[in-house]
Design a protein around this ligand. Structure first.
Ligand SMILES: [Zn+2]
Length: 174
């Protein structure tokens, strides 16, 4: 896939990956149909701590901060992924940044799932609480899906040892 339709912007300011680097990551790894609904993937050089009241998507247990967000404009249907600064001083972890991008693409995919598929995933999610990677995933089926989605593309072995059902479900979406 070379004709990525979504705009990728401002990653030069992240200091750990360029726009071209994100383009190559996204276009080489994810199915084009999963990227098509997304208008823009943008780096935002702003740090959000837990105490900020920004409508944050992701709470990282390890860092106790939030580093990414997927959002959809209800009027235009435009979807945006924002990747935020990892630490007050800046960014150090490109693997985590890629994992955040994958997680947020997962939110778009989950949002576009047909109702019957969503019900199927919810059934997998509700059957085994031990398979949920963290508290966010334990509380929200969408979060659990996004962790599994990111693992499918970045840590396949980990997902397979976590849950074959989740692996097969995501494989079925490709
Ligand atoms: Zn999330």
């Amino acid at each position: 896939m070379n004709n990525l339709s979504c705009k990728i912007s401002n990653f030069e300011n992240s200091t750990v990956i360029t726009n071209v680097g994100v383009f190559n990551f996204v276009s080489s790894l994810f199915p084009e149909k999963h990227i098509r609904p997304i208008t823009e993937i943008r780096y935002v050089d702003r740090y959000y701590s837990l105490v900020s009241n920004h409508s944050l998507d992701r709470l990282l247990i390890t860092g106790s901060n939030v580093t990414s967000q997927w959002s959809i404009d209800q009027k235009t249907g435009q979807e945006t992924i924002e990747i935020f600064r990892q630490n007050p001083e800046g960014n150090t972890d490109v693997i985590r940044m890629k994992s955040d991008i994958a997680h947020e693409i997962g939110h778009s995919v989950f949002n576009h799932l047909p109702e019957d598929k969503r019900v199927d995933y919810e059934a997998i999610w509700s059957t085994n609480k031990k398979q949920r990677p963290d508290i966010r995933a334990a509380n929200y089926v969408a979060e659990d899906f996004c962790y599994a989605y990111a693992m499918f593309f970045l840590e396949r072995e980990k997902l397979l040892s976590n849950s074959h059902q989740k692996f097969d479900f995501i494989k079925g979406l490709i």
